[in-house]
Unconditional design. Structure first.
Length: 203
């Protein structure tokens, strides 16, 4: 008989299929560019390339990471958000929200922070997904979600003031894109508002 914890781990990908898809795409993208290094520059967010019509980079840039530490940190963050919010994020609606946040935050960086010429990583999207999920579930778990939103706000503001964590920068081999965290969180708020409007229109 398979122990319950092992069964739970084995069933996790099926129960959280959209999240498993995102994680799978991240790992596939990472291994692909490790085998074919030239693909990294084809997938990364690049301001000039987006300007020339490479809009796919708004999404593909979030799928690849600077190194294994960067990838695992972001995957761990995505799993943590999934454990906190369950089907709220691991649903078709959650996947569409994540995709919308990813595109919107990338577009915001392109338009509002043109000095950011290049980036990779999922962390901006994760900040947005956390904000979206907490706001979406606010009526059901008021105090815990308010605490999460306050914590997220403090983190993002602190990063803007201090310039980010140098220890994390050393670990991932790149500057922590604090602008991405800010734009991601704001995009999550915007998508949460749109989600609530659409829900009300359907009623």
């Amino acid at each position: 008989m398979i122990p319950a914890p092992i069964r739970s781990v084995c069933h996790w990908p099926k129960r959280h299929l959209p999240i498993s898809l995102i994680i799978g795409l991240c790992f596939i993208s990472q291994f692909t560019w490790l085998i074919f290094p030239e693909l990294k520059e084809l997938l990364a967010f690049n301001h000039q390339a987006v300007e020339r019509g490479g809009w796919y980079r708004l999404i593909s840039g979030a799928m690849i990471h600077t190194n294994g530490y960067h990838l695992l940190m972001n995957v761990a963050g995505l799993v943590a958000i999934t454990l906190l919010f369950g089907k709220t994020v691991s649903s078709v609606r959650g996947f569409v929200a994540w995709l919308s946040i990813t595109v919107l935050s990338g577009l915001a960086i392109y338009l509002l922070v043109p000095e950011v010429k290049w980036f990779v990583g999922l962390s901006g999207s994760l900040h947005g997904l956390l904000a979206w999920a907490a706001l979406t579930q606010l009526p059901k778990h008021l105090y815990s979600n308010i605490a999460l939103l306050i914590g997220l706000t403090i983190k993002v503001v602190f990063e803007q003031v201090t310039g980010g964590d140098t220890g994390t920068s050393e670990l991932i081999g790149a500057r922590v894109l604090i602008e991405g965290h800010l734009m991601g969180a704001l995009s999550g708020v915007v998508v949460a508002l749109i989600t609530q409007i659409l829900i009300r229109l359907k009623k």
